[in-house]
Design a protein around this ligand. Sequence first.
Ligand code: KIV
Ligand code: NA
Length: 263
Amino acid sequence: MAKFTISKLDQMKTDGDKFVCITAYDATFARLVSEAGAESILVGDSLGNVLQGHDSTVPVTIEAMAYHTECVARGEPNSLIIADMPFMSYATPKDTLKNAAKLMQAGAQMVKLEGGTWLSDSISQLVERGIPVCAHLGLTPQYVNAFGGYRVQGRTPKEAKSILADAVEIQDAGAGLLVLECVPEELATDITNKLDIPVIGIGAGPGTDAQVLVMHDLLGLNPRPAKFVANFMEGQSTVQGALKAFVDAVKSGDFPREEHCYH
Ligand code: KIV
Ligand code: NA
């Protein structure tokens, strides 16, 4: 199986084929995600929660992200490796270039940043220098202290308009993918249809081009799962079976269901 590339994901959007992203933080799980058929792996800063035990992603450092990206890359997955830039590692375009380089040299094929129009310069500078960018809008967990908690974004017409405007601008700046987290299904579908780049949803309904979940959530290991999470370990006897069940459910349109959506 050949390595998945961004152009392959673009082609899947054009063809209307759903693709899958699963988080992984080490070599073993990177291999399992790849073997399950997920086109992309996210080395998420969610590792701050699920590996390090923090109650947010704010404490995660660039050194931790580079370390886990190296671990994932050593698993030699066929999946495209996307690595999160952690809190404050992309506050200025200069910091962004320096820190993104660390993740690319650790084995990432793309970096992910949370935020909208204010990131345009950073995104175009990264792309000009050969670093593909995935943007992240909606509920951006690094903003938890600004949001005052984890809640659905884009519920008012004003918020929805601003997320759509951000999405268009970051695409124009050169972003190659967009993650939309915890937004009403209608907004996510509208943005997906308006953008040329593939949109990966989490808590964003079935209308996006792809779905992502944190691995620990889809394996039923989170004692307080969000509404948009399903436990794919149910009915399975192995982790491999659960990962494959998630991949199959996304591709067949069986996940997410109505009970996982916001309106
Ligand atoms: O860190 C992460 O796992 C993420 C996904 C939930 C999109 O950013
Ligand atoms: Na993240």
